[in-house]
Design a protein around this ligand. Structure first.
Ligand code: NAP
Length: 305
């Protein structure tokens, strides 16, 4: 067993990501004690049944007492209230981190509510599935995936290094970038694709009944891949679009222009434009495979295609 990286870790929120990290920390012996806190009693009972930690609290303020690391793993809409609720019981020198999918707003919502001497190191593991809750997590979620940390200029470098050590110990590759850059990159790689998937599936849902039945029957022709993404957690994605509004609107503007150009090419029968675009995009897929980033986030033994 390794020497724990942290004597006491508090998780606030123990769904897919929180429970996966708690499981991975236990597997690798990275925490002396894991204190778990969540909003609803049923979820807390489930976490206890799954033995995800050593102590269980409905009160986040109680869970963070004496914690060297506090990991916020709730939907982003809860961040400000969570940060306010733990202000009085955070230990001096503690590190507060998170796993939220938008970073500038995470820092804006958490940082003003932390007492002096507590370090915020915001982070985002680029790993997940469309499932939610403590049962959905698994210790092997992170190996081979990126975790982006977004310290700001005044973040204590040794606190950042400790959070980096944690993510590397659970198998993730760590990249450091500014919060704004993170939000622009994820706007195109994750947020826009989710928005498109949600819209396509909703468009299909609005079709008349006969066609809708056939959409399901012939879904393997492309639609099915969108439905997996569009099955992602509604609250989490609501919060992502509300928190990354500027970056998403900017990339959506560019996407809409490109879509209009494709529409024009189809209307005019511009075969050359269509083929050249599709050939370029095929190269992107090849470079993702070369970078070994094409493996789907599927729980071992489970087919969620
Ligand atoms: P999840 O499975 O739905 O779990 C969310 C947890 O937060 C549950 O313990 C839930 O507790 C708690 N919670 C929900 N609303 C709350 C509130 N208003 N106040 C306090 N606690 C609340 O979510 P997840 O997929 O793990 O996502 C958590 C975070 O990870 C999000 O910020 C998301 O952006 C980020 N993330 C997700 C993915 C992904 O693929 N899912 C990937 C990377 C990052 P109760 O059940 O007790 O309400």
């Amino acid at each position: 067993m390794n020497t724990p990286l942290f004597n006491r870790v508090a998780f606030i929120g123990i769904g897919l990501i929180g429970s996966s990290l708690a499981r991975a920390m236990t597997k690798h012996g990275l925490a002396g004690h894991i204190a778990i806190s969540t909003r609803r009693a049923e979820t807390l009972a489930k976490a206890e049944e799954l033995a995800l930690g050593q102590s269980y609290h409905l009160d986040a303020a109680e869970a963070v007492k004496d914690a060297n690391l506090v990991m916020i793993c709730t939907p982003m809409g809860a961040y400000e209230a969570v940060a306010k609720s733990i202000h009085d019981t955070l230990m001096p020198g503690a590190i507060v981190s998170d796993v939220g999918s938008v970073k500038a707003s995470a820092i804006k919502d958490i940082k003003p509510h932390l007492p002096g001497g507590v370090h915020l190191v915001a982070g985002h593991p680029i790993a997940g599935t469309e499932h939610s809750g403590p049962e959905a997590g698994f210790a092997e979620l992170f190996p081979g995936h990126w975790c982006i940390l977004t310290p700001t200029e005044d973040t204590d470098t040794s606190a950042t290094a400790r959070v980096q050590d944690l993510w590397e110990a659970v198998g993730a590759n760590v990249e450091i970038m500014t919060p704004d850059h993170h939000d622009r990159v994820l706007g195109i790689t994750s947020h826009l694709p989710h928005l498109i998937a949600y819209t396509i599936v909703d468009t299909a849902d609005q079709l008349e009944d006969d066609t809708k039945k056939e959409v399901i029957k012939f879904s393997a022709s492309g639609f099915r891949d969108f439905t997996r993404i569009a099955a992602s957690d509604p609250v989490m994605w609501r919060d992502i679009f509300l928190n990354n509004r500027d970056a998403v609107l900017e990339i959506l503007g560019r996407f809409t222009e490109d879509l209009t150009a494709m529409k024009r090419a189809i209307r005019k029968g511009d075969a050359d434009m269509l083929e050249k675009t599709f050939a370029r995009t095929r190269e992107i897929r090849r470079s993702i495979i070369d970078a070994k980033q094409h493996i789907p986030d599927v729980k071992p033994g489970e087919d969620n295609s």
